[in-house]
Design a protein around this ligand. Structure first.
Ligand code: GLA
Length: 386
């Protein structure tokens, strides 16, 4: 049975309300541009064919009822009692409702069940799929009239306020704006973006899940953000026009290296270099130069490992295996880090060589085979219908 049918069936078992509307909200890959989004930089993500589905209908009971099908867990709250709770998955949803209410909207009681095939904690942004999916669904069902960028900002704020992760805007933006077969080049400062095609007739993006659950909430993510802000604060003494690391070039930061601690210098120079790599990677993709694009991916991983220090042994091992496997063009860790997935650009005729090479050389910390996920680029959050 496909997920939509499973959820509709489960919906009628959990709830009394009738005929739900179904929505779909995807995960994402990020080709390059990691940890640049909260520094006013660029990112190069795309929404993919792994998604969370929602079946949702209004009720007459003045309550919000959520069921996570995958976790077999339920959370219920009266509509006038919206506050963070001790179920982290529910906080992504409560945070969205809080944004609508905070903006003066009355959100009607509803019943909602959701489930899908985005691995949780794998750096594929199951969290943005979840909060953007609900934001999109409520905006549609109550005809609130918000734009997609508005919804992306709501979802980002929901994560800040209800989950405690000071995430950038990349995930929420791409989940809502993604288009089939297109990559987004997003300027996270202005939110201007370009959707462009990549010729993937001979290549494929493959994700390998370390099986190490990243825990962004575990403070390292917020710490990196703080370190970058600290760098900006120090550099502002020399040029008040600097608003974010976007406004700093390598020359400038090298000139002021003595004013920064080693750690802050490394964090900030990584971000500046990653923006430069992204520009080179983008040009390479547009020109069909996959080898050059792959080199930028490897460079990105090196920076994330050595200077930004958000990689881990398992991610490094997977990248090394990829590098030594014939037909792999580029590889790097993807997303926040400390676990989750690597993203690998592989020649289509080398897919089985790649898979065999990974399976022969890598086991998860539990001693299991890692998940290997072929990612196709698909449309962003959408209504499926009744
Ligand atoms: C997580 C965050 C994003 C971004 C990436 C790192 O996915 O949600 O905003 O910062 O990490 O690039």
């Amino acid at each position: 049975m496909i997920m939509i049918d499973i959820l509709k069936n489960e919906f009628s078992q959990w709830f009394d309300s009738k005929s739900p509307v179904v929505f779909k909200s995807p995960g994402r890959i990020n080709l390059i541009g990691e940890h640049t989004d909260y520094n006013g930089g660029f990112v190069l993500p795309a929404s993919i064919d792994k998604a969370i589905y929602f079946a949702i209908a209004f009720n007459d009971d003045n309550v919000f009822r959520f069921v996570s099908y995958d976790l077999n867990d339920e959370y219920v709250t009266p509509i006038d009692k919206i506050e963070p709770c001790d179920k982290q998955w529910a906080n992504y949803l409560l945070g969205i409702i809080a944004q609508f209410i905070g903006d003066g909207k009355k959100v009607k009681g509803f019943d909602c069940i959701f489930g899908g095939d985005i691995p949780i904690g794998a750096g594929m942004s199951s969290s943005a799929a979840l909060d953007c999916g609900l934001a999109f669904a409520l905006n549609d069902m109550q005809s609130f009239g918000y734009s997609k960028p508005d919804l992306a900002k709501f979802a980002q704020k929901a994560e800040h306020e209800y989950v405690g992760i000071m995430s950038g805007i990349m995930d929420q933006f791409v989940v809502l704006h993604g288009k089939k077969d297109k990559v987004i080049k997003l300027d996270t400062r202005s939110l201007e973006y370009e959707l462009f095609s990549v010729d993937l007739s001979n290549h494929i993006f493959i994700l390998v899940n370390t099986g190490v659950k990243h825990s962004l909430a575990s403070s390292e993510y917020n710490k990196r953000r703080y370190e970058c802000e600290k760098g900006v604060e120090i550099l502002q003494k020399y040029n008040q026009n600097i608003k974010s690391l976007r406004d700093v070039n390598l020359n400038f930061i090298q000139q002021h290296k003595m004013d920064l601690s080693n750690v802050i210098y490394n964090r900030c120079s990584y971000v500046i270099e990653e923006n430069m790599r992204l520009e080179r990677a983008y040009d390479a993709l547009i020109n069909g130069d996959f080898t050059e694009f792959g080199n930028q991916m490897y460079g990105s991983h090196e920076g994330l490992k050595e200077k930004y220090e958000v990689s881990c042994d398992e991610l490094d091992l997977l990248v090394d295996i990829a590098k030594n496997t014939k037909g792999v063009i580029g590889a790097r860790m993807m997303g926040g880090g400390f676990g989750g997935c690597t993203i690998n650009l592989v020649e289509k005729n080398a897919v089985s060589i790649f898979k065999n090479s990974i399976l022969a050389q890598y086991k998860t910390p539990e001693g299991e085979e890692p998940q290997i996920i072929e990612a196709a680029i698909e449309n962003g959050t959408q209504k499926i219908g009744t």
